[in-house]
Design a protein around this ligand. Structure first.
Ligand SMILES: *Cc1c(COP(=O)(O)O)cnc(C)c1O
Length: 377
């Protein structure tokens, strides 16, 4: 059996160990230290230096904190993209609130502005104005932020950008994660860079950042003893983990370039195959990090479906994965409201994510190309 080709595996640079070793040598191994500050500075710079940011133990925690900071509580409603990973929706339930799932549009696969407008109107008519909007930039592709922000402003509803998959992506030249009231980044193992596990909350003001740090460190009041007047969380990142992040930030531009090259490789490969579309930026307003390359297969034109392709790849020890199963179709969210016309469902039925790692070799690409060409011939 040939080596496994993974969908998206960690790609370390070797530079991480320098920072991790430094943390060990200075005995700064918990939740303060130079790596935390350095990693936060690196990320701020990458986002354009106009935002504050706090690194945390996961993006899931970051979403939860953003909701807490927006006072989302029991019986509130939060609008979010149905087409996403479950971590965009779970934190809503941690607050005792209800997720309301919104369908995608076909260009970016992200939250449809028209559906957003309809859903807000309908929820208000039913008696409750949504407390927040969580918009996801799926697979690194920026959502239609101008339209979404316009609608959000019209109804005065804050926007949380789930940019967990979109570090380095840009919408109209502005970094994803900096386009809403709060932004979310993830450094989980399969993301474009990894700290082994971790996330960040992007804030618009220093005040918000300070509050996020306070809440993420058990909400300890300023007193010599341990005094608490708020419920807090233990969500901070360790200085060791942040060291991995600093090493990864040194190679982020290379990683983005490599992922975008993988996307180009698929565009070229499928240009010769009828009935398969490679997920691509609709216009030059969108700059995707192409965290995962994805295709949509038209079963009528190709006579094949995405599950058959997945199995053909697997037979050759190549990992691929169906697109995210929409949240409104998940058993755990069966009772949650949904708005849309099943665009996400159709994408799920016909879509497949293909190996996209920045560490794939020419030989890997040749193997992938051979299986795909044979499959469709
Ligand atoms: C990975 C991911 C998350 C969660 O990130 P963690 O750091 O693993 O908590 C949230 N949203 C989306 C869209 C993701 O892909």
């Amino acid at each position: 059996m040939q080596d496994k080709i993974w969908l998206s595996s960690p790609h370390l640079s070797g530079k991480e160990l320098f920072y991790v070793k430094d943390a060990f040598e200075k005995n700064w191994v918990t939740s303060i230290g130079e790596n935390i500050d350095g990693f936060e500075q690196d990320l701020k710079k990458c986002l354009g230096n106009n935002h504050e940011l706090v690194v945390l133990n996961s993006a899931t925690s970051a979403i939860h904190l953003a909701l807490v900071m927006l006072n989302v509580t029991q019986d509130d409603e939060v609008l979010t993209s149905t087409f996403s990973f479950v971590a965009s929706a779970n934190p809503i339930t941690y607050c005792g609130a209800t997720p309301v799932f919104l369908d995608s549009e076909k260009e970016t696969w992200n939250m449809c502005p028209k559906v957003l407008q309809e859903a807000i109107e309908d929820r208000i008519q039913k008696g409750k104005k949504p407390k927040a909007i969580i918009v996801v930039h799926l697979y690194g592709m920026p959502a239609k932020m101008e339209e979404i922000n316009e609608i959000a402003a019209k109804y005065d509803i804050p926007v949380i950008e789930d940019a967990a998959e979109a570090l380095g992506s840009k919408y109209k030249k502005q970094a994803c994660g900096t386009l809403g009231n709060f932004g979310i980044l993830s450094f989980n193992g399969n993301k474009i860079i990894t700290t082994s596990g971790g996330g960040a909350l992007v804030c618009n003001t220093k005040e918000d950042k300070d509050k996020a740090v306070f809440l993420s460190t058990q909400a300890r009041d300023n007193a010599p003893h341990y005094q608490h007047s708020h419920i807090g969380y233990n969500y901070r990142m360790s200085n060791i983990t942040a060291g991995i992040g600093r090493g990864q930030m040194e190679v982020l531009p290379d990683r983005i370039e490599a992922r975008r090259k993988m996307h180009e490789f698929y565009v070229e490969l499928f240009s010769e195959i009828n009935g398969v579309d490679v997920f691509s930026e609709p216009t030059s307003d969108y700059y995707s990090n192409h965290w995962l390359s994805a295709i949509i297969i038209d079963p009528e034109i190709t006579g094949r479906n995405r599950e058959e392709l997945r199995l053909a790849l697997l037979e050759n020890n190549i990992e691929s994965r169906p697109l995210w199963k929409p949240m409104h179709l998940q058993p755990v969210f069966a009772d949650a409201p949904y708005y849309g016309e099943n665009v996400a469902e159709e994408l799920f039925n016909n879509g497949l994510c293909l190996p996209s790692g920045s560490n794939l070799s020419d030989k890997d690409r040749e193997r992938i190309a051979n299986v795909i060409k044979n499959f469709f011939n």
